[in-house]
Design a protein around this ligand. Structure first.
Ligand code: SF4
Ligand code: SF4
Length: 433
């Protein structure tokens, strides 16, 4: 790790010195050390090390604030536990703020006085990002998105090949040679996005959503120029890089002249594109941004698609992605959909806005340095899934799909894992001639 120097320190302290961010300063100064947050965090609950208590992560950042921005911290730092930003501190911050937090926000919900711990972690990450201390694996994911337009560096040719292949699957499934996956067609009602994991590893989730669009008779398109719903700079917390990625989606909405940006099944993709993007790019949207979850629920409510819940009799449970449920308030729509598409839906405990992260949030899936820790903190999710007795776990997030797929093998869960679009597509009969 490159040594810290005065220029780096000055850059990092600008994050804490912002006069525009009174929220940060009040959250840095509010913790009353009640300890209630400890038992809400999957890291502390599974690893048991006190370093992982949420308040300790806040303390890392607030101790720097006291050291450089308060009189007592400057004069008598030991007395107010004020700490210098030095190499040892950087090491601790990287380990705990990047490698020891999934930014799930569960602790915030349980904090006795509402300290926004997740926000403080993000600002701590921003300090590290500005100094160039983002873990290399996470930074390379951001770099791929900046350089190629998608975080997996998928080439134009490979993407188009996959879409054409999925279009053939769709035509066969729908028994209609005219069924299409439209590419680069401006003026359509919907510009649909994808998590690049779909064309790379799970292309059938693309044809599943295409089947939903086909049966709903939607006017839609994908764009080869910008289809990536993710924004990993939200996790690295580099504001300039997050802005560049968000701006590209905004520009593509202008190019494609669509009225609705439909965000694919990706928790942080929803949070970053729908809620954070207007802040990153410093302007409001001229279009509607909504999730595919909300859109599918709308289709069912309006009778545009008619699922048959009797087609799926196995017990099905739902994993709520943190950034969709807690972070974006989308809780009822996925339940409405599942209750219409399967006959035996079982809830996990806890669920909804109190659900536990699967362990893959906060960019953990991109940070191979912390793989062992990521699989360890999944123990809570494993217990939750086992208790439901479900054969199928549905989750509207490709990052969660990836983590659940890995823990399925590691912990011998013996379950099937599906996106929401896949379970909906399975429930939709197509009349074959
Ligand atoms: S945001 Fe989640 S992972 Fe991070 S400290 Fe809070 S509970 Fe723990
Ligand atoms: S619950 Fe809130 S106030 Fe209590 S220790 Fe945790 S962060 Fe501090």
């Amino acid at each position: 790790m490159e040594k810290i120097n005065d220029i780096k320190i000055k850059t990092a302290l600008e994050v804490l010195n912002s006069h525009d961010d009174s929220k940060l300063i009040s959250h840095l100064n509010s913790c009353v050390h009640c300890g209630l947050c400890a038992k809400t965090c999957l890291y502390y609950l599974t690893i048991g090390d006190e370093r992982f208590i949420p308040a300790r992560k806040v303390e890392l950042v607030s101790s720097i604030y006291r050291r450089y921005f308060t009189v007592m911290g400057k004069v008598l730092p030991a007395l107010v536990s004020a700490r210098k930003l030095d190499d040892k501190m950087i090491e601790e911050m990287v380990d705990l703020l990047y490698g020891g937090c999934v930014m799930c926000g569960r602790c915030v919900r349980h904090c006795s006085i509402g300290v926004d711990i997740e926000y403080v972690v993000r600002k701590g990450r921003e300090m590290l990002a500005k100094m160039g201390y983002v873990p290399e694996s996470l930074q390379s994911t951001v770099k791929a998105a900046l350089e190629t337009g998608n975080n997996m560096g998928i080439s134009y040719e490979d993407f188009v090949d996959t879409i054409e292949w999925m279009e053939e699957e769709l035509q066969e499934e729908c028994n209609d040679p005219e069924a299409r996956i439209p590419l680069n067609e401006p003026g359509k009602n919907v510009l649909y996005t994808l998590n690049p994991r779909e064309p790379k590893f799970f292309p059938l989730s693309i044809s599943a959503m295409a089947k939903v669009f086909y049966l709903a008779k939607e006017s839609w398109t994908l764009s080869t120029n910008m289809y990536d719903v993710t924004n990993y700079a939200y996790f690295s917390s580099h504001p300039g890089e997050a802005k560049a990625i968000a701006q590209r989606m905004y520009d593509e909405m202008q190019n494609m002249k669509s009225g609705r940006l439909v965000l694919a099944e990706c928790g942080h993709g929803v949070r970053s594109n729908r809620w954070e993007a207007p802040n990153y790019i410093e302007k409001g949207f001229f279009f509607e941004a909504l999730t595919s979850v909300e859109l599918i629920a709308e289709y069912i409510r309006k009778g545009r698609i008619r699922p048959d819940r009797e087609r799926m009799k196995d017990a099905v449970t739902l994993h709520d992605p943190c950034n969709l449920a807690r972070g974006s308030g989308i809780v009822e729509e996925q339940r409405y959909i599942l209750k219409n598409c399967v006959s035996n839906f079982v809830e996990m405990t806890p669920h909804g806005t109190d659900n536990f992260c699967c362990g893959g949030g906060g960019g953990q899936l991109a940070m191979s340095e912390y793989n062992d820790r990521r699989l360890k903190i999944a123990e809570l999710k494993v217990r939750q899934i086992r208790k439901t007795g479900a054969a199928i776990v549905v989750t509207p997030c490709h990052n969660c799909i990836d983590q659940l797929t890995q823990i399925n093998v590691t912990y011998n869960l013996n379950i099937q894992i599906k996106t929401l679009a896949e379970i909906v597509a399975d429930s939709l009969p197509v009349l074959k001639e």
